[in-house]
Structure formats: structure tokens, C-alpha cells
Ligand binder design. Structure first.
Ligand code: GAF
Length: 383
């Protein structure tokens, strides 16, 4: 069954096999997939209208399925990590009434995407989901499910193909059906990411630039702390509110419009925690813009230094790291040939991302395995 090493054809084969078992020998008419992502730099900046620099991963969510007559929907997940029922049955509402979230919770992403799909009416369908994106690993398993499902619906009833509108609809699905007030980064890169490229996204204008990253001398290494993170708790929404409060006190529409000078001038009117959150965001937006320039020039040392600054800021100012992530980053930075390392994604667990010279990859993974107590799984060495 699906593992984080499974290739797309293997995942599709798994999903097709399960589809045949569940639906009595039927063959699915459609197979689609969408990638997870790793964020190289620009953390917690997207909902502050700043820059982010993620890249799509070869870890994907696959959906196979077929349209059926009537309004009934059956969806089955092949994901073994799910500790809720693996099958959900429901009917599509016949009018515009909402498709409410419920249990199992994984199905809420599917319901949310149906709710925000931009063309009506939809016919019933049967589908199976399989994924190689680790759940709760900070590599956007939820966005890849949303985008894969949206792509599946496009095959059943095409929309106008507008990619930005697709990412925004998937983000809405997460807001309304998973109760995560996320930014746009994950859905955006899952829709628009390109192999061998990072994607610099301006989350205010929604302009996106592909930056080539297919240097044979470079590896992007992802290590999983195996601490499962969940953004549905209070921490992520609290961070978002603190940023909005800081922007309000500074008299700005968002922290994207604020400078460190603005922040220092307003320091007396902000409590310590709100000041720290805002400082992280203002500096991280600037770091991300600089990092994108470094990457374009192949200046990996500079890029790596910015990654480390980003990690330290997420640890000390934004307070979204954890000891296991800090340990993985410290171990990576001890190895010669490592340019930089940081936690990636929302935090509170999940993965780290490390930029490493290709000829140092073996000693880096060995050193991390021997010197961390977290039994880190090397998820993927890319490029
Ligand atoms: C999660 C969110 F979904 C993103 O929108 C982003 O805010 C990220 O955390 C932090 O950078 O992945």
C-alpha cells in the first residue's frame, strides 16, 4: 500500500486495485494527482500578504474514480495512517444548500472542495484516494488532497481552467471545512508548481515566478521529525490573529506594508508577544525576497544563511518550532557541505528542509541519523 516512497504509477495502481475491490470489479474512468510541497523559506508570511518560496514535491495525492448517475457519492481512502473509517457515503445536495463538515475528518477536505467547486450541478461519483505525502508532516498533505480532488471534479465536469481560481477555491475548502484559516501558499504551489523549480509567490498580488533549481550539485533534503503536527488547534489561528492585531496597531492593511522602523516606533503600543510575531513576519518577508535573488544567482551559501536565520526566528520569535525540529536542524548544520537548514511548513512538528551539496548527502544523512534522538526518517532527497 501507499508509502512515502511510492511512485505515481504505483499509487495509481494501488488506488485502481482498491477501487476494483470496493466497487465489485469496476474500473475507474479517471486518474489524477496533485503534489505536496516543501517550503524553502517564507514561513507564516502568506497570510500576511508577503513572499513565500515553496517547491512542489514528487510526493503526491492520487484520486481515481468514475461518475455515476444520481446524487450519491462514495469516497474511500487507501491511506493507512487514518484512524477513522476509510469510507464515506453521502449525497450531493440537490440545491445550493451546504455540504456540512462531519466525520470522518479526512472527508471534510473532499466535501469542502465539492462545496467550493465553481461549476454546478455535479453528478454523483465513486472515488478512491491514495497518497505518498506523509499526514501531519508539514508537507501539505491536505492541500494536495484538495487540489487532487478539485482536478478530479474538473474531469467529471470541466470548469474554465483558471488555475488561480482553483487554488483559491481549495483554500476556501480548508477554511470552511477543516477550520484552518490558512494562507494561499500550499494550494497555490500544488496547482502551479513545476518540476525542478521553486515558486516565488507574492501573496498580495498572487504573481508567481518559477525559479530553476535543477542543479546536479545540489540536493534538497527533507527529514521528518515524526512529530505529527495539526494546524486545526488554536496555535495557528492565534498566530494569524496576533499578526492582524500588530498590523492594526501599526495602521497598516497587513504586515507586508510595515517596515522594522514602523515596528520599532510602535513598540510601546504592542505587547511583547505581538511585537515578536510581527518582527518575525516583517524580517521573514525581506529574507524571502533576498533568498529568491540568491537562488537565481546560485549563491547557495547566502541562501543557506537566510534559511538558518529563518529557523532561529521561527523558534525564538514566532515560537512554532519544537525540540525535535531544532535538533534536526542543529545536526544538519554540523556537516560540511550543508548550506542551510530550517523547519518547514506551519511548525509544531513535521519536517525540516536542508540545502546540501550533492557530494555531502551521504555523510549528512548518516550524521543526522546517528546524532538525533528523533529517529528521523529521510523522506526524500530531491533534484
Ligand atoms: C501552513 C499553511 F497552510 C500555509 O498557508 C502557511 O501559512 C504555512 O502553514 C506557514 O508558512 O502550511
Amino acid at each position: 500500500m501507499a508509502s512515502s516512497c511510492a511512485s505515481v504509477p504505483e499509487l495509481v495502481a494501488d488506488a485502481r486495485r482498491l477501487f476494483g475491490q470496493v466497487f465489485e470489479g469496476e474500473t475507474p474512468q479517471v486518474a489524477v494527482c496533485a503534489p505536496g510541497r516543501v517550503n524553502l523559506i517564507g514561513e507564516h508570511t502568506d497570510y500576511n500578504q508577503g513572499f513565500v518560496l515553496p517547491m512542489a514535491l514528487p510526493l503526491v495525492t492520487v484520486v481515481v474514480g468514475s461518475k455515476i448517475s444520481g446524487q450519491d457519492v462514495t469516497v474511500v481512502t487507501a491511506t493507512e495512517d487514518v484512524d477513522e473509517p476509510h469510507r464515506v457515503d453521502f449525497s450531493l445536495p440537490s440545491d445550493r444548500s451546504p455540504l456540512c463538515p462531519g466525520t470522518p475528518s479526512w472527508a471534510n477536505y473532499v466535501k469542502g472542495v465539492i462545496q467550493h467547486y465553481r461549476v454546478r450541478p455535479l453528478a454523483g461519483f465513486r472515488a478512491v484516494i491514495a497518497s505518498s505525502v506523509p499526514l501531519g508532516g508539514g508537507l501539505s498533505s491536505s492541500a494536495s488532497l484538495e487540489v487532487a480532488f478539485y482536478t478530479f471534479l474538473q474531469q467529471l465536469k470541466p470548469d474554465d481552467g483558471d488555475k488561480v481560481a482553483k487554488a483559491l477555491a481549495c483554500q476556501q475548502a480548508e477554511h470552511t471545512h477543516a477550520s484552518v484559516p490558512c494562507g494561499i501558499m500550499d494550494q497555490f504551489v500544488s496547482v502551479l508548481g513545476r518540476e525542478g523549480h521553486a515558486l516565488l509567490i507574492d501573496c498580495r498580488s498572487l504573481e508567481a515566478n518559477h525559479i530553476p533549481l535543477a542543479d546536479p550539485n545540489l540536493i534538497i533534503l527533507i527529514t521528518n521529525s515524526n512529530v505529527k503536527h495539526s494546524l486545526t488547534g488554536s496555535e495557528y489561528p492565534t498566530r494569524r490573529k496576533q499578526c492582524e492585531e500588530a498590523a492594526r496597531v501599526l495602521g497598516k492593511a497587513s504586515l507586508r506594508d510595515a517596515t522594522m522602523k514602523d515596528l520599532e516606533e510602535a513598540k510601546d503600543r504592542l505587547d511583547d508577544v505581538t511585537y515578536k510575531r510581527a518582527r518575525h513576519v516583517i524580517e521573514e518577508i525581506e529574507r524571502t525576497a533576498q533568498a529568491a535573488e540568491s537562488l537565481k544567482r546560485g549563491a547557495y551559501k547566502e541562501f543557506g544563511k537566510l534559511m538558518v536565520e529563518s529557523h532561529n526566528s521561527l523558534r525564538d520569535l514566532y515560537e512554532v518550532s519544537c525540540s525535535e525540529l531544532d535538533e534536526l536542524v542543529s545536526a544538519a548544520l554540523e556537516v560540511e557541505g550543508v548550506f542551510g537548514s530550517r523547519m518547514t511548513g506551519g511548525g509544531f512538528g513535521g519536517c525540516t528542509v536542508t540545502l546540501v551539496q550533492a557530494d555531502s548527502i551521504d555523510r549528512t544523512t548518516r550524521h543526522i541519523k546517528v546524532n538525533t534522538y528523533t529517529h528521523a526518517v529521510i523522506t526524500s532527497g530531491l533534484l
